[in-house]
Design a protein around this ligand. Structure first.
Ligand SMILES: Cc1cc2nc3c(=O)[nH]c(=O)nc-3n(C[C@H](O)[C@H](O)[C@H](O)COP(=O)(O)OP(=O)(O)OC[C@H]3O[C@@H](n4cnc5c(N)ncnc54)[C@H](O)[C@@H]3O)c2cc1C
Length: 615
């Protein structure tokens, strides 16, 4: 047990609950969770909403992933949950709750709960869920266990299981497989039902999942080979997330895979994934235009070589990357005057391309640090130009604290880890000390304070994230604002990477820049590691201005803490968005596939219980 305290008010601390932690030997977690679920199920069967609410704490959280809302929703507090249940409980037809396993966790000295994983059925299929039961004061001084956190997740559609395990193809295929695959990939004489724009992990995973649900899809990738977006990112790139967090659906990384995957290796993995999952894809092909036909179908134009192919498809999935892959390049007065080179990180290959030059890397998040470290390692004069504060976590110290117990060697199977992780609402995680490592709060004790002090002495501006919440919310809101340190911070402290901090570039001159604090800096190369633009821009290029206007904002979080527009329709019927890091893509590609399949089979009419419309 950690000695840290769970000091935020939204957490169900023992102090707040007015009880002390029961002894582990006194807690039969499976028994307690089973009894709680039995009462819960009885109340559901009787549509007894008050009964259900009496099993929850006042400030309880309920996260629903499709199973009751056909949307991603988070309700906090009894009032909101009551309203939601009044609207949705009867229709959802929840039943057959069974505990899969449960354990008593004492996470901090003032926080303890039973985490119970369970399965259930709803009107359309099977679900999985996680309950977090906390001890409260019951009658006669006894402990009464109440849910502080409940998640209902749609896992499968009844009658439509994916073709895996016992449902795999049992027929031998003597000598016909290669021709069959060529025919399937080519789509010469018919159209797929789903066209996926983009063949990164997002596109490949949604296509693989649809295939196993019997929904034909074709991935269109504009680059020459699957994986090229990783091959062409800067050569020094390695995933900053650990291998256990990054597995793809159906084919986990092999057991000898390095903890941090190099980009080039990842590129080859994506290519082999596409082949092994028998994803149908075209490379060197670009989706140039899509319009809606009167019958609701999409007419999609794909440029391949010097020919256009027109597809008529029911669903169009945009899997064009976080930020749409388009660079966010600031326009600064005088750029046209500058005699040296200005480029964005997406145009950069390797440090040695600038051997002997003086380089300024503009930006102070992940790419900026990686690229600056590559320059320093190759003896190139490099300065990091930091405008605003950055959240720093060392992967060495921070990753084990964040990930151990869920995504780590010896941790639970990935599907269980995914439910532990995704059952917690994002806004809840924001205040949960588990979500970032112990003591990583303003003024708190810190496991790598020496590094942070060193950075501060150099003038590096440090941030603790939004409301001290670490990097999760920064990733969701800004797709940046943090660096998970793999060595560049030390190089800044040692002066191997020079630093200019706390200013912005006012203008370019012929030889360099003038900052808004009046200082001048000359250099040969200015490399902007300033992130990516709005993914709706490239989508609008394809959809045209009329449809483009209807696109809802993508990424960032809404008032409930749910990610906007990801893994669902983007404001236009049957126009879907698939995106995220490896972990989110793995988990939520399932949800996107289920929605498309449910529509196809007439199981779902496409109506959602959404935050905006409250349909
Ligand atoms: C520098 C960097 C480091 C990252 N590190 C991590 C990490 O450590 N862990 C992690 O989980 N995530 C990381 N990510 C985030 C995320 O995993 C990646 O951005 C990932 O590439 C997203 O996958 P995707 O399939 O959604 O998009 P992409 O990989 O960007 O793929 C989109 C594809 O769509 C294609 N495309 C676009 N438009 C068209 C069109 N009109 N027609 C045909 N094809 C088109 C593009 O060519 C591209 O190949 C990182 C991202 C970056 C940029």
């Amino acid at each position: 047990m950690s000695t840290a305290t769970a000091n935020k008010t939204t957490l169900p601390t023992l102090d707040k609950l007015g009880v002390s932690a029961p002894k582990a030997s006194d807690v039969n977690a499976v028994d307690i969770a089973s009894k709680w679920l039995q009462t819960f199920e009885k109340n559901i069967a009787n549509n007894n909403i008050d009964g259900i609410l009496s099993g929850l704490t006042e400030d309880a959280w309920w996260r629903d992933l499709l199973s009751m809302t056909w949307d991603f929703r988070t309700f906090q507090g009894k009032d909101k949950i009551r309203h939601f249940l009044k609207d949705r409980l009867a229709n959802s037809k929840l039943k057959d709750f069974k505990v899969s396993f449960a354990e008593y966790e004492s996470l901090y000295e003032d926080l303890a709960w039973i985490r119970a994983h369970y399965t259930f059925e709803n009107g359309v299929g099977g679900g999985t869920g996680v309950l977090r039961l906390v001890p409260t004061k019951g009658h006669g001084g006894n402990i009464e266990w109440q849910a502080h956190n409940i998640c209902t997740n749609l896992q499968s559609l009844r009658g439509y299981p994916p073709a895996v395990g016992p449902l795999r193809d049992f027929d031998p295929n003597h000598g016909k497989w290669l021709d069959m695959r060529k025919r399937q990939m080519e789509y010469a004489d018919h159209d797929p039902e789903v066209l996926v724009v983009g063949g990164g992990q997002s596109g490949l995973e949604i296509s693989a999942r649809l295939k196993l649900l019997g929904v034909p899809s074709l991935v269109i990738e504009k680059q020459a080979r699957i994986g090229d977006q990783w091959r062409h990112r800067y050569a020094a790139l390695c995933l900053h997330d650990v291998v256990w967090y990054d597995h793809m659906p159906y084919i986990p990384f092999p057991e000898n895979w390095p903890v941090y995957t190099p980009a080039q290796k990842l590129a080859d993995w994506l290519e082999s994934y596409a082949k092994n999952m028998e994803v149908d894809y075209w490379t060197s092909a670009t989706v140039t235009h899509a319009r809606k036909l009167k019958d609701g179908k999409w007419e999609v134009t794909v440029r391949r070589g010097d020919k256009d192919r027109i597809f008529n498809v029911k669903h169009l999935v945009f899997a064009i990357g976080v930020g749409g892959g388009t660079p966010n390049m600031p326009k600064i007065p005088g750029m046209d005057k500058f005699k040296g080179q200005i480029l964005h990180s997406t145009q950069h290959d390797k440090a040695l391309d600038h051997a002997g030059k003086k380089v300024v890397v503009v930006g102070a998040c992940t790419s900026a640090h990686d690229i600056a470290a590559d320059y320093a390692n190759n003896g190139i004069d490099v300065t990091l130009y930091q405008r605003s504060a950055t959240y720093i976590m060392t992967t060495k110290e921070g990753m084990p604290r964040l990930m151990k117990g869920t995504y780590w060697e010896g941790g639970p199977p990935t599907d269980v880890a995914d439910m532990i992780d995704n059952s917690l609402p994002i806004l809840y995680k924001k205040d949960d000390p588990q979500a970032h490592h112990e003591g990583h709060r303003r003024g708190g004790p810190h496991c790598y304070s020496e590094l942070l002090d060193g950075l501060q002495k150099r003038g590096f501006k440090l941030s603790w994230g939004v409301d001290d919440s670490g990097f999760l919310i920064l990733a969701l809101l800004r797709l940046g604002g943090y660096y998970l340190d793999v060595g560049a911070s030390r190089m800044i402290i040692d002066g191997r990477i020079k630093l200019k901090s706390g200013a912005s570039i006012k203008e370019f001159t012929e030889t360099g820049i003038i900052s808004d604090d009046g200082t001048k800096m000359d250099a040969d190369v200015f490399l902007f590691a300033t992130g990516y633009g709005d993914p709706r821009n490239p989508m609008r290029d394809i959809l045209g201005p009329e449809l483009g206007k209807k696109l809802t904002p993508i990424w960032g979080i809404n008032d409930e803490g749910e990610i906007r527009t990801a893994w669902k329709e983007a404001g236009i019927e049957n126009c879907w968005v698939m995106m995220g890091n490896f972990a989110w893509c793995r988990f939520y590609s399932q949800h996107l596939a289920l929605q498309i399949k449910a529509k196809r089979e007439g199981i779902w009419d496409g109506k959602r219980y959404s935050l905006e419309s409250k349909a």
